[in-house]
Design a protein around this ligand. Sequence first.
Ligand code: AMP
Length: 251
Amino acid sequence: MLKVVRSASELIELRKSISGSVGFVPTMGALHEGHASLINLSRENNHFTILSLFVNPTQFNDPKDFEKYPQTFESDKDLAEKSGVDILFYPQYSEIYADNYRYKISENEFSKILCGAHRPGHFDGVLTVVMKLFNITKPDRAYFGEKDFQQLTLIKDMVRAFFMPVEIISGPTVRETSGLAKSSRNIRLSEQGKVKAALIYQTLMSERNIEKAKNILTQNGFQIDYLEDHGARRYVAAYLEGIRLIDNVEI
Ligand code: AMP
């Protein structure tokens, strides 16, 4: 039976009564198969799975983007229940930010490029909320998607940097049959937009030349934030119909 918890102190107490291993999947809701795949990984490897659903305002540099972020609590709760989540943590802002964001975690290198260069403060918000959620849920393992590869890397590095007692496990990007990476933001695309958005992945896979790849996307109506290689990966962020889409592949 799924238990919904809204209070941080209640979850901290509840956590003390759990003796088996705990897997944790942090999300911002509008759940889809990408999230479900992480829940499944957690269930396979832990006695207990906690899912959090919190649209974290501190990671949005654009207040309009925050306001428009899809909120679908009832269907998220159903998906959580059907996927076998044990606890759904659904806190309000004041539960997580009693300090009003006076304290934050920042990273000064990898968080400043790619998404960080285009969304100032984004990764400070991400790392801070993840640290807070880890302290509340005290997971043995926490699950993150490769869809957000820069985020995944920064969280792994934070855990190492602070000797945090949690194992970070990644799951592969779940895609539509067209190749489009599943994302909560896809709900906001028109039917035509959804078809076109698949060009991001198709271009990542088919065109190795960065300038040519950028041209393909621009000519098809995308506004590109970046398309760059770092390490063994190619990363892209581009707007279509005013919606920011990201993806990455191994190169
Ligand atoms: P979000 O709700 O977008 O903050 O995502 C919550 C978690 O789900 C993050 O670890 C994401 O990387 C992961 N995730 C989102 N979309 C996908 C996807 N298409 N495939 C795999 N993981 C995903």
